[in-house]
Write a protein that binds this ligand. Structure first.
Ligand SMILES: [Mn+2]
Length: 309
């Protein structure tokens, strides 16, 4: 598979890398890390990253402006995105050839070539594997690229805490750390928390409820306004109360304009089936969904209670 991806990259002069909307460190790290790897291997090719910029992660890098007509002869690679609806920038339809690289369950195998492997902690870890196998083809790893991929792995493993962290994750991460980027500076930037987020965290810890082993937090639009926090920012707090004894699953509801975002997490029971029943999906232990009323939110809680017994 990696050989086929290398071959496609070799053939195209213009390569545009996409990832999912509302990018997290893995989406940006895998996207920008791959861009750097390819650029370093093929300095004369035109390698671009597209999508909306994410202000809270701007220190990782910014997106390129890409003209529509560039797509006509382009290879597009989409990182960390399970389905086409979540791809940031829909112009992938205009590309000549599309490659999907992802570690989420392969719900929608879009594109001409699909490399999906849920055994990896993160798409960034897959890109490290791509580099390892690409060394004999002349791929090199700069400390800048290593930092981006490290950011993605750290993000998706919760600093190597979640159960998606494998021996392979540590081996691949070691290769990144060897490139000698500044870890202290990176963590300072990643974990900087402004006052409003600290206040909101306090509010979440005071107000989440536990229903028969299920932790539940409901953030309304008024709450977000009161703390001046966006829905996307509030998602950083999804694990704020996960350590509370007795919790088997938990759910974080965030009310947006016309919908309520749902983030589901688990320490054992499989919860992505519940997500799929409510316009979502994801990993067995970490999924996302969307509901359209607080009554439907209560249904999700009832289902979590049932699987958590
Ligand atoms: Mn990911």
């Amino acid at each position: 598979m990696i050989k086929e991806i290398q071959e496609q990259i070799r053939q195209y002069d213009t390569i545009i890398v996409h990832r999912h909307e509302r990018p997290d460190p893995d989406a940006l790290g895998s996207q920008l890390g791959l861009v750097k790897l390819i650029k370093e291997r093929y300095p004369d090719k035109h390698i671009l990253a597209v999508g909306e910029n994410e202000p809270s992660l701007a220190f990782l890098g910014m997106m390129d402006k890409v003209d529509d007509k560039l797509y006509n002869d382009a290879l597009v690679i989409v990182c960390d995105t399970a389905n086409t609806a979540r791809i940031d920038d829909k112009r992938i339809n205009q590309a000549k050839y599309v490659i999907k690289i992802d570690h989420h369950p392969n719900e929608e195998p879009y594109g001409d070539l699909v490399w999906v492997d849920t055994a990896f902690s993160s798409t960034s870890e897959m890109i490290v594997e791509f580099y390892i196998q690409g060394q004999e083809e002349g791929y090199t790893l700069s400390s800048d690229a290593a930092l981006l991929l490290y950011a993605g792995i750290v993000g998706d493993t919760g600093r190597f805490l979640y159960n998606n962290t494998t021996a392979g994750t540590h081996r691949r991460t070691a290769i990144l750390v060897e490139q000698g980027f500044n870890q202290t500076e990176f963590y300072t930037k990643l974990h900087k928390k402004d006052l409003k987020m600290s206040r909101l965290q306090g509010y979440v810890l005071q107000n989440f409820t536990i229903v028969e082993g299920v932790g539940v937090m409901r953030l309304t639009r008024e709450d977000l306004e009161k703390f001046s926090v966006t829905s996307n920012e509030s998602s950083q707090l999804v694990n704020a109360f996960s350590d509370v004894e007795g919790l088997r699953t938990w759910v974080f509801f965030v009310e947006e304009q016309d919908q309520i975002r749902v983030r589901l997490r688990s320490k054992g029971p499989v919860i992505n089936g519940i997500a799929a029943e409510h316009n979502g999906g994801g990993h067995p232990m970490a999924s996302g969904a969307t509901v359209y009323s607080w009554e439907e939110a209560d249904e999700v809680v009832a289902k979590l209670v049932a699987v958590s017994k």
